[in-house]
Design a protein around this ligand. Structure first.
Ligand SMILES: NC(=O)c1ccc[n+]([C@@H]2O[C@H](COP(=O)([O-])OP(=O)(O)OC[C@H]3O[C@@H](n4cnc5c(N)ncnc54)[C@H](OP(=O)(O)O)[C@@H]3O)[C@@H](O)[C@H]2O)c1
Length: 235
């Protein structure tokens, strides 16, 4: 089995790689981490092959997919407006790069199952961030590829980079919010959708869903896609 991970150096991507390494105890899978810079030491070790990928070279997408014909493709790419510095640059990372992988998969490897990291609220869109996530999801649904979309809320991780929202979320909002919903509304999915969640948990749920084709809410336009959000992410 060949598995490719884009965004493998990010907080969710690293956890996806760790999960894959743990599942691959017989070492029969080829796990490929796409990186911008080789040897950055960001990708967890354990038989993972790092491949330097030029995301700005349009022909690179089909070349990669046609060459490896992966069984599974995970996309955990993303940036922030602050880092990207413009809405266009933000959309390039969060929408255009994933879209190019999806198009290449459709053309060169339509049997590949996809695991896509999206966001809570992507179904509705609104604002640059959620509209971009909605656009990617729609491209995925229309592609008729099979797979899983996870829609986490605020991610809890051990990120080295300082992000104020995540810091406040992890230390103040998350403990209070989780205590509140667990105590008073343990089964109310509308509230669980917005519950802060560990990156490890998101990755574990996504990997087991895509590999094991676990159960989730089928997407209406493309029933081969499962959507996991709220309580489904905490299982
Ligand atoms: N953070 C949250 O609270 C939150 C909540 C809900 C959903 N999400 C979504 O979850 C996904 C993963 O989030 P995360 O926090 O794990 O992201 P992250 O830690 O910021 O990692 C992002 C990944 O995208 C890559 N990337 C960024 N800019 C790039 C560029 N210009 N060219 C190529 N690759 C680039 C990074 O590579 P480098 O290491 O080379 O930079 C890294 O592998 C994102 O789509 C995000 O929008 C996040």
């Amino acid at each position: 089995m060949v598995i490719i991970v884009a965004g493998a150096t990010g907080e969710v991507g690293k956890e996806i790689i760790k999960q894959l390494v743990a599942w691959n105890n017989a070492q029969t899978w080829t796990i490929i981490a796409l990186v911008r810079t080789e040897g950055s030491k960001k990708v967890p070790t354990g038989g993972v092959q790092e491949i330097r990928f030029d995301f700005d070279r349009p022909e690179a997408y089909e070349q990669l997919i046609a060459h490896y014909r992966p069984n599974i493709f995970f996309c955990a790419l993303g940036t922030t407006l602050k880092k990207a510095k413009s809405a266009g640059a933000f959309k390039r990372v969060d929408r255009d790069y994933p879209a190019q992988f999806i198009h290449a998969l459709c053309k060169c490897s339509p049997g590949t199952r996809v695991g896509l990291v999206s966001s809570v609220g992507a179904d509705r869109g609104g604002g640059l961030y959620l509209t971009t996530k909605k656009e990617v999801e729609e491209i995925f649904f229309k592609s008729h590829l099979a797979g899983t979309v996870v829609r986490p809320s605020l991610l809890l991780s051990h990120r080295e980079e300082f992000r104020l929202g995540e810091k406040l979320g992890a230390e103040i909002i998350a403990p209070a919010y989780l205590l509140f919903v667990r105590t008073f509304f343990p089964n109310w999915n509308a509230l669980w959708k917005f519950a802060p969640i560990e990156t490890r948990q998101v990755a574990a749920t996504l990997v087991s869903s895509v590999i094991g084709l676990g159960s989730g809410e089928p997407q209406k336009e493309n029933p081969k896609v499962q959507i996991l959000e709220g309580l489904a992410l905490f299982k």
